[in-house]
Design a protein around this ligand. Structure first.
Ligand SMILES: [Zn+2]
Ligand SMILES: [Zn+2]
Ligand SMILES: [Zn+2]
Length: 693
C-alpha cells in the first residue's frame, strides 16, 4: 500500500506541474482581475513599437509604454513564480490529503482487526498471566500460609487467610521469569501488580514468630554479615549457589559432590578479631508446674567476627540439604497434582490445632477448671481428575498417633473407593512428625490398610521439616472461625460431638465432615504387630512406596517420574524393606546379593589399628580401633565439626567398646585438613554420609 502510494505521487506532480496549458489557463484567470486590458494590449504595443518612435511626443509615450511594459512583464514574472509556488503547494496538499486518507483507512482497518482478533487473545493472555502469578506466589515455598484464626485479610468483602512471602518479591520475580514460558514473562511492575492481596510482605510481628528455625538462624547471621559489608547478598538461595555446582543436584546440596563439597563462602579481608553480637533462635523448655512447653526464643550471642563467619559457614553448609529437600518436595507435590491420572488420587493431610469447646457465656470456673473439652480435627484435601474436595474428621479422642490417623482416614478412603472405584493408586502427602506420620507403625499401616479396601499402590510423601504448611491448614482455620461465629451468636458448643453436629448440619459448606469415635481408633491398635523393628534412617525418609502388603520402598526424597508404574523408579537410591521379616530385601541400585557383604568381610579381619566408621545410637562416628577382642572392638573416636568433613581428636580420649557388627566400614586414615582438623577421603566421606542416611 505504502509503496504504491509513493509511486503514484511523483506521477501526479509531473502531470499537474509542468503542463503548459494548465499554467496558461491559471495565469489568465489570475491576471484578469488585476489588469485584463493591459495584458491584452501589450502584444500590440510590442508590434507597433518601431513605427511609433518618430515624434518626441510619441517617443515620450513610447518610453512610458515601454516602462509600463517592463513593469508588467516583471509583474507577470512574479505572478508566474507565485503561481508555480501555489501549484506546488496545492500538489503537496493534495498529496498530504491522500496520505492522510490512506493512513486513516489503514487505522480503521487495524481497529477492525483489533476488534475482530485481539480482544479475545489479549484477555485470555492477561487472565493466564494473572493465574500464573497467583499460583506461583501461593506455592508453599514462595509464601507461607499463616495458620492463626486472626491471620486473615479482607478486600472488597473477600476474606482470605494471609500468606507471607518467604523471599523478597524481586527475587521471586526473577525466579518466575526463569521458570515460565516466554508468553507469560512480565516486568517487575507487572509482576508486582498481579500479586494477590492476601500474599503480603512479612510484618515485624510475623518476623517474631519463627517458621523454620534452621532458615531463620541462617537469615539472622547472613543479615548481620551483610550489614557489616562482609556479604554481597543476604539471600539464602544466592549464598548457596556460591558453594554448590548446582542447587538442584542432590549430591551437591548433600555436600558429597566431589567438585563442590569443600567450597565455602569467601569473605573479604577484615579485622576478624573485633567483637560482635548476633541473634539466634533457640528452643527452650519451660514448665507451668504440670506441663512442659517447648518455646522458641531469640537469644543474643557475643563473639568475634571470625567466630560469626565460621558459625555462618557451618550453618549454611547444613542448611543446603534442608533447602534442597524443601524445594524438591514442593516441586514433586506440584508435579504430582498437575499430572494426576484417572486411576490416581492425592490426599494432603494434616492435624489441625485442637478446638477448645466453649459456651457463649463462659463460666469462669469452667475456664480455669481445665474441664473444657477439646476436639481433635484432622483435615484433608483430596485431588482427583474430577476436582478437589476438602474434608475434616473430628473426634473427642485426643490421640494424634498413626493409628488415630488411619481411623481419621478411613471414612474418606471409604467414600473415595465408593465414588471412584477406578482409582486404585493413593498418594498421601503430609508433614513429617515422627509421632504422627513418620514412623514404622505408619509405614506398616500404609502398606497394609489400603490394600484391604482395594487400593493396589500407596505412596506416602513427607514435606521437609518446618515447611509443611499447606492447603489443609485453611480447613482448620475455616472450621474454627465458623465455630466461633456460632458461639458468638449464642450457640453452645460444650462437647466435640456438638461441634461436629453444628458443622455437619450447616448448609452450603464446601467441607465434608466425618465423626471418628474412640473405638474405631482402638481397632487399629490391634493391627500392628508387636515386634516391628525401626526402619533405618527414618528421620531422613521423605517417600515411602508400597505396592505389596507389608513391603515398603523408602528414599530420602520423593520421585514421581514413573508414578503410574507399579514399582518405584531407581532415582535417589530407594531401599526396599519387608516390615515383617525386618531386613533389607534389596537396594534397587545394587543386585540383592551384593550389599550385605561388608560386615562379613570384617568378621575375620583383625581390626586393630585400623580406622573405621562405627555406628552408635544410629549415628556414625569415625575412630581408630585400639583393641580387637573377638565380638567387640575398642575404638577411640574423633569429634566431627558440625556436619562437615572435619574431624578432630578430643581433649579427653573417648574409648568405648562397640559390637563388631556396629563397625560399618574400614576406612583409610584421615588426612590433615587444617592444623587441628583431619578430613576423610572423598570415598570415605560418601560412606560416612550414607551411613547417616
Ligand atoms: Zn527451613
Ligand atoms: Zn557439586
Ligand atoms: Zn524418578
Amino acid at each position: 500500500m505504502e509503496k504504491a502510494m509513493l509511486d503514484l505521487t511523483p506521477q501526479s506532480i509531473e502531470n499537474t506541474l509542468p503542463d503548459p496549458a494548465g499554467v496558461e489557463a491559471v495565469e489568465g484567470q489570475q491576471e484578469s482581475p488585476g489588469g485584463g486590458v493591459v495584458v491584452d494590449a501589450s502584444p500590440q504595443n510590442e508590434d507597433f513599437h518601431p513605427q511609433m518612435s518618430s515624434t518626441p511626443e510619441r517617443e515620450d509615450r513610447e518610453k512610458k509604454a515601454e516602462k509600463r511594459f517592463k513593469r508588467l512583464q516583471a509583474e507577470k514574472h512574479e505572478l508566474r513564480k507565485l503561481n508555480i509556488h501555489l501549484r506546488k503547494q496545492l500538489a503537496k496538499m493534495r498529496k498530504e490529503k491522500e496520505r492522510a486518507r490512506k493512513s486513516e483507512m489503514r487505522a480503521k482497518e487495524r481497529l477492525r482487526h483489533i476488534e475482530r482478533v485481539k480482544p479475545k487473545g489479549g484477555k485470555k493472555l492477561a487472565k493466564e498471566r494473572k493465574l500464573a502469578v497467583v499460583s506461583f506466589l501461593t506455592r508453599d515455598e514462595n509464601s507461607r500460609l499463616l495458620p492463626g484464626k486472626k491471620d486473615t485479610i479482607t478486600k472488597n468483602k473477600i476474606k482470605e487467610q494471609r500468606r507471607i512471602l518467604t523471599k523478597p518479591l524481586t527475587e521471586l520475580h526473577v525466579l518466575y521469569n526463569s521458570e515460565m514460558k516466554k508468553s507469560l514473562h512480565l516486568s517487575y511492575r507487572q509482576f508486582a501488580r498481579r500479586r494477590p492481596f492476601y500474599v503480603t510482605e512479612p510484618k515485624a510481628k510475623d518476623r517474631d514468630t519463627c517458621a523454620c528455625m534452621d532458615h531463620e538462624n541462617v537469615h539472622l547471621l547472613a543479615n548481620k554479615l551483610y550489614s557489616r559489608g562482609l556479604l554481597k547478598t543476604k539471600s539464602i538461595s544466592e549464598l548457596l549457589v556460591m558453594i554448590v555446582c548446582d542447587p538442584k543436584n542432590k549430591d551437591c546440596m548433600d555436600r558429597v559432590c566431589a567438585k563442590c563439597c569443600f567450597e565455602e563462602v569467601e569473605f573479604p579481608e577484615t579485622e576478624s578479631s573485633s567483637e560482635v553480637t548476633w541473634e539466634q533462635w533457640k528452643r527452650v523448655t519451660s514448665t507451668n508446674g504440670e506441663r512442659m512447653f517447648g518455646n522458641m526464643v531469640k537469644q543474643i550471642y557475643n563473639g568475634t567476627i571470625k567466630e560469626l563467619m565460621e558459625l555462618f559457614s557451618q550453618k549454611l553448609e547444613s542448611l543446603a540439604i534442608h533447602q534442597f529437600n524443601w524445594l524438591h518436595q514442593a516441586e514433586q507435590f506440584r508435579y504430582l497434582k498437575q499430572n494426576i491420572t484417572e486411576c490416581e488420587a492425592v490426599l494432603h493431610v494434616d492435624f489441625s490445632e485442637n478446638y477448645a469447646c466453649k459456651l457463649s457465656t463462659e463460666v469462669q470456673a469452667f475456664h480455669f477448671g481445665g474441664s473444657r473439652q477439646q476436639a481433635t480435627i484432622h483435615t484433608a484435601v483430596l485431588y482427583t481428575v474430577h476436582g478437589t474436595k476438602s474434608y475434616a474428621t473430628l473426634s473427642d479422642s485426643l490421640r494424634h498417633d498413626e493409628r488415630a490417623v488411619w481411623a481419621h482416614l478411613e471414612p474418606i478412603l471409604g467414600e473415595l473407593r465408593e465414588t471412584f472405584p477406578q482409582i486404585t493408586t493413593l498418594h498421601i502427602q503430609s508433614d513429617g512428625p515422627v509421632t504422627q506420620y513418620r514412623n514404622k507403625n505408619n509405614f506398616y499401616l500404609l502398606s497394609t490398610v489400603p490394600f484391604l479396601s482395594g487400593f493396589t499402590k500407596v505412596t506416602w510423601n513427607f514435606s521437609e521439616k518446618s515447611h509443611g504448611k499447606g492447603a489443609p491448614d485453611g480447613i482448620g482455620g475455616a472450621i474454627k472461625r465458623e465455630a466461633d461465629r456460632f458461639v458468638q451468636r449464642g450457640g453452645e458448643l460444650q462437647a466435640p460431638q456438638q461441634l461436629y453436629e453444628m458443622l455437619n448440619t450447616r448448609l452450603g459448606s464446601s467441607i465434608t465432615h466425618y465423626w471418628v469415635n474412640r473405638e474405631s481408633i482402638e481397632k487399629y491398635d490391634e493391627l500392628i504387630p508387636d515386634n516391628l523393628e525401626a526402619v533405618k534412617g527414618t528421620f531422613k525418609i521423605h517417600q515411602v512406596w508400597s505396592s505389596q502388603p507389608s513391603q515398603i520402598t523408602h528414599r530420602t526424597v520423593s520421585c514421581f517420574c514413573r508414578k503410574t508404574e507399579r514399582s518405584p523408579c531407581p532415582c535417589y537410591k530407594p531401599v526396599t524393606v519387608d516390615l515383617r521379616v525386618k531386613r533389607t530385601v534389596c537396594n534397587t541400585e545394587n543386585p540383592p546379593s551384593s550389599p550385605p557383604q561388608q560386615p562379613r568381610e570384617q568378621e575375620n579381619l583383625d581390626l586393630c589399628g585400623k580406622f573405621v566408621i562405627v555406628i552408635y545410637d544410629e549415628k556414625p562416628y569415625v575412630g581408630q580401633v585400639l583393641e580387637d577382642v573377638g565380638e567387640e572392638v575398642q575404638v577411640n573416636c574423633m569429634l566431627q565439626s558440625g556436619d562437615k568433613n572435619l574431624f578432630v581428636w578430643p581433649q579427653t580420649v573417648d574409648l568405648i567398646f562397640y559390637y563388631r557388627k556396629d563397625v560399618h566400614a574400614v576406612i583409610s586414615e584421615p588426612e590433615p585438613a587444617t592444623s587441628r582438623f583431619s578430613k576423610l577421603t572423598l570415598q570415605d566421606w560418601v560412606k560416612f554420609r550414607n551411613t547417616s542416611a
